[in-house]
Design a protein around this ligand. Structure first.
Ligand SMILES: Nc1ncnc2c1ncn2[C@@H]1O[C@H](COP(=O)(O)OP(=O)(O)OP(=O)(O)O)[C@@H](O)[C@H]1O
Ligand SMILES: [Mg+2]
Length: 245
């Protein structure tokens, strides 16, 4: 079940990301009304129909959008030069990538370290080389396929040393080997990961999955259970739709 707060949280004292009584309007749509959630688990899946609010939730957590009322709490940074607590991989990689080459894009994730340009470049090249990707450093983003750009977005998150990674449909453009690799790398990553996806097999094994339905939490619990509930609901709706035709 979603966590509902009985007493207000204290800013700066939270141990994990939390939303408290959040109301969010985007355009003319009220996306969330009094949404309260805590994100303590190591692996959390986010599922739900198109327009349910998955990307909006991520945008709130990483500060791209501000709620009309309510609060989004993040734990305090350990030090001034710590990486931002959350890093986000956008649903559309073209919204995330801003630099013309892979190494420049990855260097952006190191800005909290306040390195010189040359130091950041060396750091990125060394890091890529340890992953067997040395040849990716100088590649022009414009020359990469959609799936390859998505991989660059993932690399940019990994090098950034965030505590929590928000992955918005990260498998969407990846081929099957790319999906398998991302699954492996996600499994090995020490960071907390919150991932939205329409491919339930990517989160079915997670300790926690949240099913968002038009901005409300419809189910919240172990991945296998919540995914089965969502699939059953989709099957029922599909059967009704066929009966109407
Ligand atoms: N920029 C915007 N202006 C107005 N309404 C918006 C905007 N962005 C999203 N919305 C609306 O907010 C609601 C939630 O959208 P959101 O993108 O968070 O859904 P989602 O669960 O990520 O969907 P999808 O599975 O298609 O990615 C939808 O009703 C959508 O139409
Ligand atoms: Mg989305």
């Amino acid at each position: 079940m979603p966590t509902l707060f009985t007493t207000p949280l204290t800013p700066g004292l939270v141990a994990h990301i939390a939303l408290e009584a959040v109301n969010l309007q985007r355009g003319n749509t009220w996306v969330f009304e009094s949404l309260s959630l805590q994100f303590a688990e190591h692996r959390i899946g986010l599922i739900g129909d198109n327009g349910a609010g998955k990307s909006s939730l991520f945008r709130l957590i990483c500060g791209l959008d501000q709620p009309q009322s309510g609060h989004v709490y993040l734990p305090p940074a350990a030090s001034e030069d710590a990486a931002p607590w959350v890093g986000m991989m956008f649903q559309n990689s073209d919204e995330q990538i801003i630099f013309p080459t892979v190494e420049e894009e990855l260097a952006l994730s190191l800005r909290h370290l306040r390195l010189s340009r040359a130091e950041a470049q060396t750091h990125v090249r060394t890091w890529l080389a340890t992953r067997g990707l040395a040849d990716w450093a100088p590649r022009a983003i414009g020359s990469l396929s959609q799936g390859q750009r998505q991989h660059v977005c993932w690399l940019a998150l990994l090098i950034g040393a965030h505590h929590t990674l928000l992955l918005d449909e990260p498998f969407a453009s990846l081929d099957l080997p790319g999906q398998a690799l991302l699954r492996q790398e996600m499994a090995a990553a020490p960071q907390q990961i919150i991932v939205s996806t329409h491919v339930l097999d990517h989160v079915r094994h997670f300790e926690r999955v949240i099913w968002l339905d038009r901005g409300h939490v419809r189910a919240d619990g172990p991945g296998a259970q919540v995914c089965a509930q969502y699939e059953a609901d989709v099957a029922t709706r599909a059967a009704h739709a066929i009966n109407k035709t």
